[in-house]
Ligand binder design. Structure first.
Ligand code: NAG
Ligand code: NAG
Ligand code: NAG
Length: 335
């Protein structure tokens, strides 16, 4: 078992806004991606005695090697190995070099994502992801997707430089993931939709979003729906072509979201195949994801980390129990 401990390693210091920000170089430990389409994970354990706030992420990777990187916060890591195989496609693959497990065994949440060409992400002023002592995030797990295997002897240390501070940040960052199950029928357009009412008495301030589908996704859009006597007010949070780099982008509307507001997302899929495509774990399957990153003032992030529906043909906004009206049919599916 090999776990690097964040508390013991600080590489250098910079001073911004009159508090100390350290950098932790969270990199793959010179792994050898021995085959194509390999997802590798590596963990760090966060010192449980201390609160740390992550305030920025600087990718240290080349798009020639890393297709994408995701950073998970976990209560428990998926494995105790220093590196393991942790792909979306893990369920039907046995790797002959690395053990296979999901990124997290428990308490999984996404805290950062990087894809080709994406620049550094610096959180807004006074905003940080709390990890360690008072956070359910006891481990961070870095996942790198290697599209192409390396020749023998060539290794990789892609990763992300974490900017963190021990100074108390009054605004904690959080991420909620909206997504669907379901199936995309052959030869046509399908809408994969989800929606959840905010049940916790917190005020969340959205500031960034990320979309994810596989090849069939055309548009992914996210909304907050304010329910009024005069009708539903659908405010766009953000929408994107998921074929563009799947990084966090700034929201188009950062007005606060509170209890009884509804978060909603749609993926517009174009299935040009003459067979149906399911939501699922392999690359031949599809996914429909909208990640919302937000901050809360002097509060902890939402307990709710996920908002999933059964997806088509079982769930659509227009058939949802929430009884929506004024659904922005056209706007939600066009860029
Ligand atoms: C990552 O950072 C290290 C120094 O910490 C550097 O040697 C390496 O070249 C960087 N890799 C990439 C791909 O930028
Ligand atoms: C890692 O090791 C700990 C302590 O030995 C054990 O409790 C835990 O189940 C192990 N985790 C996994 C994923 O094997
Ligand atoms: C779906 O894809 C097909 C084939 O690329 C294209 O002809 C069609 O216009 C697309 N439909 C929409 C609504 O984008």
């Amino acid at each position: 078992m090999f776990l690097r401990i964040l508390a013991t390693l600080s590489i250098y210091l910079v001073f911004t806004n009159a508090y100390e920000v350290d950098t932790y170089e969270f990199l793959m430990p010179n792994v050898w991606p021995h085959r194509d389409e390999l997802y590798l994970c590596t963990p760090i354990r966060i010192s449980p005695q201390t609160n740390y706030y992550i305030v920025g992420f600087e990718p240290n990777a080349s798009m020639h090697t890393a297709h994408h990187m995701l950073l998970y916060g976990c209560s428990e890591p998926g494995s105790n190995d220093s590196v393991w195989s942790c792909g979306e496609m893990q369920s039907n693959e046995i790797d002959d070099m690395y053990n296979t497990a999901s990124p997290c065994r428990s308490g999984s949440q996404i805290v950062y994502a990087w894809a080709r060409d994406a620049p550094s992400l610096h959180l807004p002023k006074d905003v940080g992801f709390l990890i360690g002592k008072d956070s359910p995030i006891k481990y961070l797990v870095l996942q790198v997707h290697y599209m192409h295997g390396f020749p023998g002897g060539k290794t990789d240390n892609s990763g992300v430089f974490l900017k963190y501070t021990k100074k108390h940040m009054p605004r904690q960052a959080g991420v909620i993931l909206l997504g669907t199950g379901g199936m995309v029928p052959p030869n046509g357009i399908e809408h994969m939709e989800t929606a959840c009412t905010v049940r916790e008495d917190k005020v969340i301030h959205p500031f960034a979003f990320r979309t994810h589908t596989h090849a069939l996704g055309k548009v992914v859009s996210g909304y907050v729906v304010r329910r009024k006597d005069s009708g539903d007010d659908w405010q766009l949070i953000g929408k994107k072509d998921p074929q563009l780099p799947q990084m966090f982008y700034p929201v188009v509307n950062d007005s606060p979201i509170g209890i009884d507001d509804v978060l909603a997302a749609r993926c517009t899929m174009n299935n040009t195949n003459d067979f149906p495509v399911n939501i699922g774990a392999t690359n031949k399957d599809e996914m429909c994801n909208f990640y919302l990153m937000y901050w809360v003032q002097n509060d902890s992030p939402l307990e709710q980390k996920y908002c999933f529906s059964a997806g088509p043909p079982f769930y659509y906004w227009h058939k949802a129990p929430l009884n929506f009206n004024r659904i922005p049919e056209l706007e939600a599916s066009t860029l």
